[in-house]
Design a protein. Structure first.
Length: 257
């Protein structure tokens, strides 16, 4: 039985962020993830985790100016100083929250940008982030994201992410395989998870195409969860979906599998 972590950015939106920890624990979750903790003091989040016996399994590095459409800055030449500040900020939060892995978003390639220069910036920034994170026993994740939801996003395919991982060559760099994005971009999920499992540091799920509960849509999740058990996957699965009817009302798929 895989371990499921509630994604508190998408789930339990019925209550404000700091109240979602209690709601997730009451619903039976032992782990939680979220995109960005930075609007709240780390100590406030740590208190919620502790009071409700929860583990924080993942969050993202600062993504640049999200409201202006930025989705990470790691592949943007010229933003290295800001990127490095973000690495330190994220590690500072991770140490207080006890978070073992951080997702580093690549970013959207600007129109007309030199793709080779973006690639070089991405590799150099990843090497820096991995080195800093390794000092604290933290792993760094890169996640291929589908081009429908994020047009122009630098990293879209599983094979490309693993090629980047090999090029960077850091032991603490892993791929975050989000089955929702992978199904939209390429499919063949079982073969790919089987092939790359030792280098997958985190998995996320949602129904395709609507990104609702995993028991909605075209992906056979019971089959994939059984496969992960058979393969001995002992990591977390982040429930990164938008509940269609209400978070608790939609949780039947966990018990029902
Ligand atoms: O899949 C996603 O969208 C997230 O995992 C993420 O980190 C970026 O939005
Ligand atoms: Mg994801």
């Amino acid at each position: 039985m895989p371990r499921f972590a509630a994604n508190l950015t998408m789930m339990f939106n019925e209550v404000p962020f700091l109240q979602r920890f209690e709601a997730a624990a009451k619903a039976g979750f032992k782990g939680v993830e979220f995109l960005f903790p930075y609007e709240h003091p780390a100590e406030d989040i740590a208190r919620e985790l502790k009071s409700h016996g929860l583990e924080n399994v993942l969050f993202n590095l600062p993504p640049g100016d999200w409201s202006a459409g930025e989705r990470g800055i790691a592949c943007l030449p010229g933003r290295e100083a800001e990127f490095r500040e973000g690495v330190l900020k994220a590690i500072g939060y991770a140490k207080i929250l006890g978070t073992p892995r951080l997702h580093m978003m690549a970013g959207i390639v600007p129109h007309g940008a030199d793709v080779d220069a973006c690639h070089a910036a991405y590799i150099a920034n990843l090497r820096h982030a991995c080195e800093e994170a390794a000092r604290h026993g933290i792993a760094v994740m890169i996640e291929p994201i589908n081009t429908r939801d994020m047009p122009g996003y630098f990293l879209n395919l599983q094979a490309d992410a693993h090629a980047i991982r090999e090029e960077v060559g850091a032991a603490n760099l892993k791929v975050q395989m989000d089955f929702y994005h992978a199904q939209i971009m390429e499919g063949d999920l079982a073969t790919k998870v089987n092939h790359w499992l030792p280098h997958i540091g985190h998995i996320q799920v949602a129904g395709v195409p609507a990104r609702n509960e995993p028991d909605t849509g075209e992906v056979n999740y019971p089959f994939l969860f059984n496969l992960l058990d058979e393969l001995g996957y002992d990591g977390w699965i982040g429930c990164e979906y938008r509940p269609a009817k209400g978070t608790v009302e939609g949780l039947g798929w966990i018990g029902g599998r």
